[in-house]
Design a protein around this ligand. Structure first.
Ligand code: SAM
Length: 239
């Protein structure tokens, strides 16, 4: 499997991704604002508006990290479990939840590839900027399908490939040159941000990823590009 610019064994990838997010956890929220010029907040707003959680619904926010999507789901009235493989990210998230008075969330350390929840437990599954870091993506999608009830919805927010040609060039230059530098200046960590940029480049394109969601058993799959597909919302239903 690929980790940034190299190919590594699956276990090695999981361990290295763990290291990346342990390293960036403390500066993660600041870096998101710096790298996206605050745009990630709008993408997450659009995402949760699209998810449309209803009060009382059970949601799993997978790879939930420091809680950005989970807080939005909870504000809409959903009961949210935040799961992430990385305790350092969850730690920051729990601190932010306490500051903001989101006290009803459940925080759980878990690998997306192997969920400890029973079959058909959740009404909705969200994963934002998380799936491309997962080592075995088909396995994570199969687990998402398993823990959703019939009629449950799957939603993924992820970087993809913009189909706007001029914009693609600008973005490429920005992400390959400036993002690692921002990582160096703000988080004293250039290598982690090199990995993050490269993991975006290697992620399957919109149509391919939509097909993978279908292969996991979801129906009525859809993809909604933003900025030509720089970021995309993929969704599907379990029936
Ligand atoms: N969803 C949050 C957001 O949008 O701000 C966090 C996104 S952050 C870029 C990616 C997260 O994926 C990290 O918190 C990382 O620990 C988590 N992650 C990576 N591999 C994972 C896996 N196999 N299972 C669960 N979480 C994973």
């Amino acid at each position: 499997v690929s980790f940034g610019y190299e190919d590594v064994a699956p276990d090695e990838k999981t361990a290295r991704v763990g290291e990346v997010f342990r390293n960036v956890a403390a500066r993660y929220d600041v870096m998101n604002d710096a790298m996206s010029g605050g745009l990630h907040r709008i993408w997450k707003d659009v995402f949760v508006r699209r998810v449309k959680p209803r009060p009382g619904e059970q949601f799993l926010d997978m790879a939930g990290g420091t809680g950005d999507v989970a807080f939005r789901l909870a504000t809409a009235g959903a009961a949210v479990t935040v799961a992430d493989i990385n305790p350092a990210m969850l730690e920051v998230g729990m601190g932010r939840a306490a500051e903001r008075g989101h006290d009803g969330l459940v925080w759980s350390e878990m690998n997306a590839e192997q969920l400890a929840f029973p079959d058909r437990f959740f009404d909705g599954y969200t994963i934002a900027f998380g799936i491309r870091n997962v080592t075995d993506i088909p396995r994570a999608l199969a687990e998402a399908h398993r823990v959703l009830r019939r009629g449950g919805r799957f939603f993924c927010l992820e970087f993809s490939t913009t189909l706007w040609p001029g914009f693609a060039d600008v973005y490429d230059a920005y992400s390959h040159h400036l993002v690692p530098k921002l990582g160096k200046w703000i988080a004293q960590d250039e290598a982690s941000y090199r990995y993050l940029v490269e993991s975006i480049r290697r992620f399957p394109d919109m149509a391919r990823f939509e097909a993978m969601i279908g292969e996991a058993g979801f129906v009525q799959t859809r993809v909604e590009p933003m900025l030509g597909g720089l970021v995309a919302i993929h969704s599907g239903w379990k029936v």
